[in-house]
Design a protein around this ligand. Structure first.
Ligand code: ATP
Ligand code: MG
Length: 413
């Protein structure tokens, strides 16, 4: 029976918290499988989760490969744990591979978790290997094989796999709490949100537009970005706040070259107020130290001074190219590159202060009714949940099988 093995990442290092972590990982997997269009089942063993169902394996691999907390994803077949069953499945698998690539070399690596299995791991590896050699005439290469056939032998079933896809790694989303990520249209902030998610933070998003002075293009982008990011976590919400009028008030108050830093402080205040509703314990931003004139240490400190919550900047030490490469890997780059009317370009001064100090920014801010302004911004926020339509529960949801049960007999229908 085809299935997928998901190797747990750092989860298993977590001692006593392990159970809690694994439960979260399982729930996140279940949520990633929603709407896949067929029944699926998951079953847990020590440091590995087995996933199967009436869905093509490639689709299971695609969905599970995005779930943060799994280190690697292995398409596999499950057979009864007998010497004959395993050996014939191994020959069958290699025969199929040989049909595609006639001259391949191979190695068999068996691991016996069930010590009642009649042969030791190395003895069994050798026997299966020579069986394949005799049946198919393929050469063994133990040091650098083209194909590594891995066999994991458990009491209740054995798994054969010969391909490995990298997983996301990291900690299960939610295991470190919730955060609110400030999402602009650029490359940086989506990558920052993803990196926060990789450390176990479930993220909601907030995007500020220049409305009514800019068009809706940046909202479409933020929506598309949040939808892409939600593939890696149980869907977070996206809040949209129109900042245009408040930006204009800052300009009229004479912000001048402090405009950008003053705007960021407004964003953090509004995000902080929003965070009370979303139960976020931190804000996430995409700045990288020195990347642009506004992202100096002085400016960051002045921006943070306006925030009630800790401001996390996962990309603070990243180079632009590293960020762009990661954006391509996680699938946000193609969206970030699209043109938009960004609120930050609205009323941007010709020269941005690289040393905006708190007292001078406060002097400008005192000309505004700050509390009312923030309250109004948050009250007018619009909320959506990007990607949810794709993960609606269809007719069949994922069932969990007890660890000791035969997966084959319990397939949900
Ligand atoms: P990005 O590539 O994420 O747009 P950037 O390099 O353009 O970042 P800035 O424009 O200086 O950097 O913004 C710094 C951070 O401030 C962003 O990474 C983001 O977290 C936040 N931010 C900026 N503009 C917005 C916005 N319109 N809505 C929400 N957050 C924003
Ligand atoms: Mg930007």
């Amino acid at each position: 029976m085809p299935c997928v093995l998901l190797k747990h990442g750092e989860v298993f290092l977590r001692g006593r918290n392990r159970e809690r972590f694994e439960e979260r990982l399982r729930n996140n997997l279940r949520s990633a499988l929603r709407g896949i269009g067929g029944s699926t089942w998951i079953q847990d063993a020590r440091s590995v989760t087995v996933l199967g169902g009436q869905v093509p394996v490639e689709e299971l691999v695609e969905r599970a490969g995005k779930v943060i907390g799994f280190n690697s994803v292995h398409p596999a077949v499950r057979v009864p744990s007998t010497v004959d069953d395993i050996t014939s499945a191994a020959v069958e698998a290699l025969a199929a591979l040989k049909a595609e690539r006639p001259g391949i070399t191979f190695a068999v690596r068996a691991r016996r978790r069930d010590k009642s299995f009649p042969l030791t791991s190395s003895r069994f590896s050798a026997e299966v290997g020579s069986h394949i050699q005799r049946a198919l005439g393929l050469p063994v290469n133990l040091t650098a094989p083209d194909v590594e056939l891995s066999i994991e032998i458990d009491r209740h079933g054995s798994y054969l796999s010969w391909a490995r896809h990298p997983g996301q790694g990291g900690l299960p989303v939610g295991s470190s709490g919730r955060a609110l990520a400030l999402l602009s249209g650029g490359y940086d902030s989506p990558v920052a949100a993803y990196r926060a998610m990789r450390r176990g933070l479930a993220c909601d998003f907030v995007h500020f537009t220049g409305a009514p002075y800019t068009n809706a293009s940046s909202v479409y982008k933020a929506y598309a970005l949040a939808r892409e990011l939600n593939r890696y976590q149980p869907a977070g919400r996206l809040h949209i706040i129109a900042l245009g009028r408040a930006q204009k008030q800052l300009a009229i108050a004479g912000a001048g070259k402090l405009q950008v830093v003053a705007q960021r402080r407004l964003m953090l205040r509004a995000a902080g107020a929003l965070a009370r509703d979303t139960r976020a314990a931190a804000l996430v931003m995409g700045d990288s130290l020195g990347q642009v004139a506004s992202q100096t240490l002085t400016n960051m400190a002045t921006v943070d001074q306006a925030a009630e919550l800790p401001v996390l900047r996962p990309l603070v030490g990243w180079d632009k190219q590293e960020i762009i490469d990661e954006a391509h890997r996680i699938g946000t780059a193609e969206i970030s590159v699209l043109p938009d009317e960004d609120c930050c370009n609205l009323l941007a001064p010709e020269r941005v202060s690289t040393r905006a100090h708190v007292p001078e920014v406060e002097r400008v801010e005192r000309r505004l009714e700050m509390d009312e302004l923030i309250e109004e911004l948050v009250r007018s926020a619009q909320c959506m949940r990007p990607g949810e339509e794709e993960t609606q529960d269809g007719p069949a949801a994922t069932v969990s099988l007890p660890a000791q049960q035969e997966a084959g007999r319990c397939t949900a229908s």
